[in-house]
Design a protein around this ligand. Sequence first.
Ligand code: NAD
Length: 425
Amino acid sequence: MAALVDDVRTIREENPFESMMSRFDHAAQLLQLDLDLYKVLRVPNREITTYIPVFMDDGHIEVFTGYRVQHNFARGPAKGGIRYAPDVTLDEVRALAAWMTWKCAVVNIPFGGAKGGIICDPSQMSQSELERMTRRYTAELIDFIGPERDVPAPDMNTNEQTMAWIMDTYSMHARHTVTAVVTGKPIDLAGSRGRREATGRGLLIVIDEAVKKLAMKPEETRVVVQGSGNVGGIAATLMHEKGYKIVAISDIHGGIHNPKGLDISRVMAHLAKHRTLEKYPEADPVSNHELLELDCEVLLPAATENQITSNNASRIKCKILAEGANGPTTAAADDVLERNGVFVIPDILANAGGVTCSYFEWVQDRMGYFWKEDVVNERLQDIMVASFHDVSKYAETHGVNNRIAAYMLAIDRVAYITRVRGIYA
Ligand code: NAD
């Protein structure tokens, strides 16, 4: 019976929507959000489930389940990525959509939040199967997305090519080229310079600010990175260039550890060549679970949800937890980290560099005028630094941790706009 109760607790703890809602409820209570606004903001605006028939290469049809959850439009068009994975659930997409609303509000850009996902295993699909699935999913969503409505972007297992297919399908239906319907496009297809690196660069910027605040020095700061994809790989590369000592990094199969520091450019070259970190010569193998508990000053989870839970939070040794992934820490783990004095840079702030640069891409597409990379990076730096200090100041003024401060700041901004616009009820 005890085991069953533990299982149920774990299932609840590891449901990202529950994790999001418990922080939302806590922040709303501290803000004394009025009950009507609370009722409106705690639910998504719209949830779409669509069944996507796809001709597979051998001629048979598979039907995939796809979601798009549009959480909030109060501050502008909904914005958020699309992920392809076998374990996508509606609750996960719901949580990710809400996090997008709060994230856009934390960095004060004029978007609401949305997220999409398709239950599929992209590693088992050919490029042409992925293309047909993406185009049909886009066709199903055609009345709900668009530059003024909802602007998708890449997320796990989707990329610039996926965005190009969405943009092309949408444009074919619109009968003219609509570049601003998605962000994260290839640069030559109205993408933004700096977008590919923006989430990793944003992490570097906020970690730099936290390191300064805690009177630490980059060259004496050991960093552990979980995940070596767009976020983890690029954050590790940029931090290595800046003098931080990256002592461990992983991919889905496991990680590598060298307490003296890894040469990240060689690690990334090994990964590109072999498609795995295994057998990297100058390091010891380590599992993804062990990696999280390594000695370090900065821990940067950049893979997936629920990595730091009530089971392992007490063994996390970092001083700074910079959340590259969305939802890597469960709500139950927050209290343990706070008790242990870990300085958390919460996901809705730490990984907001990506959506900030997506905002720049959307602006550039609508102007038809494209900025140089240093202009993009400078504007990103301004927004990330200001947002880091907005959240820290809010935390200090209200005597709450950084995560609750970020939620309070975001909910306050969305609630204010909702009140000003009025509720069309
Ligand atoms: P990605 O697919 O490029 O890379 C994911 C990395 O994590 C890979 O190294 C993969 O091997 C590893 N991984 C996947 N599942 C894992 C597991 N169960 N355990 C351990 N490692 C695992 O994805 P990404 O774009 O880097 O996104 C990573 C995280 O960052 C996601 O939570 C995503 O929502 C979030 N995020 C991404 C962006 C962006 O701009 N790409 C922006 C904000 C947040």
